[in-house]
Design a protein around this ligand. Structure first.
Ligand code: GYE
Length: 357
């Protein structure tokens, strides 16, 4: 059993007694986060499965609500925390019961969570896959159980077709292109003849890592001034961003003209390293980031970041609407990309409103 001493979300079941003295259960309660010891976790999980296994038969005969199981990657960034918060808020706005599990950056935890959602007979499963490969088996199990699956934020690559219904997430390739096009404009404005770039990438084999890299490289490939000195995996983490930057500074020092970082967290980890090495970020080196969380935007306004490509974490509304359509048996769009913009040292800082994450 997998509930040993960890945080997970359970729906609180309200217990009532009817006239005949029989106990009945109202499964409309909200999910709440609980931390349980192993024994209590096992007992509670078993009791919940027993009590709600036939949870669709509501006594009042009303249509059951939508029960959505969502496996989140972790809490590695302001983006991710904002995304979780948005999904929770939108679930409650749409009256959706949300069973939310945080995988703490581990694919095996996501697979376990999806298996629990199947055992629990949720109406719809959604998940943000940490990497693209390795999902075939568990998704075949969901398909056999007749539970539709929505991809949120990131894509997957499977051997079998048709294991998921749709993807709701950003166009990461376009984000990479926007970053590359900004760099060309900046190099023109500064009259640079040679542009040496270091790239700190997101989690290896994840969709944003692959596509942010591909879009950026495609955008700069026709410009002979551009030279990528090295690409290094920073795993979307602030601590790794700092480590990678230390290594890059030791290796290339003042040859570095540009730092292209795949998310704000890694950028915020890299900046103090650049300063400790005696360089001024934003002037000695061009700093390009992606996400657009409040902290990075504040640093952009202070001049230490030159460009932040927006990636919105606000995917909750589309997720709830899509899940409700799937439950109603209606068709859904295969791909939903939110619209996104870019904030740079060319932007009027006054025009950038509060980011909310
Ligand atoms: O850019 C980063 C993160 O998948 C778009 O994941 C997401 C990325 C985001 O944690 O900060």
């Amino acid at each position: 059993m997998l509930y040993a001493s960890r945080c997970f979300y359970v729906r609180m079941v309200k217990v009532k007694e009817n006239e005949s003295g029989k106990v009945r259960f109202d499964v409309r309660g909200k999910y709440q986060k609980m931390r349980l010891g192993k024994r209590w976790g096992i007992l509670l999980a078993a009791a919940l499965l027993l009590l709600t296994g036939c949870g669709n038969d509501r006594e009042d005969g009303a249509q059951p609500e939508l029960l959505l199981g969502f496996s989140q990657i972790g809490s590695e960034s302001a983006w991710r925390i904002g995304n979780t918060k948005d999904i929770e808020e939108q679930a409650s706005a749409y009256g959706v019961s949300l069973m939310l599990e945080n995988a703490n950056q581990k694919q095996e935890n996501q697979i376990d969570a999806i298996r629990r959602f199947i055992a629990y007979k949720v109406d719809v499963i959604a998940f943000s896959p940490i990497v693209e490969e390795g999902w075939d088996n568990v998704l075949r199990e969901a398909k056999e159980a007749g539970i539709p699956v929505i991809l949120v934020d990131r894509d997957i690559s499977t051997e079998t077709e048709g294991l998921t219904t749709c993807l709701i997430g950003a166009d990461f390739y376009a984000e990479g292109v926007m970053a590359g096009e900004y760099l060309i404009r900046k190099a023109d404005a500064l009259g640079l003849e040679q542009v040496n770039i270091v790239e700190i990438t997101g989690t290896e084999n994840s969709t944003p890592m692959r596509q942010r890299q591909a879009g950026f490289l495609d955008a700069i490939s026709g410009d002979e001034r551009m030279c990528v000195l090295e690409s290094i995996d920073g795993d979307f983490l602030k601590s790794r961003g700092a480590e990678c930057m230390r290594y890059l500074l030791e290796t290339y020092g003042e040859d570095i003209d540009v730092v292209y970082s795949h998310n704000d967290e890694m950028t915020l980890g890299a900046l103090p390293e650049i300063e400790s090495a005696g360089f001024v970020p934003g002037s000695d080196m061009i700093i390009i980031s992606i996400d657009g969380g409040q902290e990075a935007i504040d640093v952009l306004k202070s001049g230490k970041i030159n460009c932040v490509v927006e990636c919105t974490p606000k995917l909750g509304k589309e997720l709830m609407e899509t899940a409700l359509k799937l439950k109603a048996g209606e068709p859904v769009e295969a791909l939903i990309h939110p619209t996104e913009e870019i904030f740079t040292d060319e932007t009027d800082p006054q025009s950038i409103g509060p980011r909310g994450y």
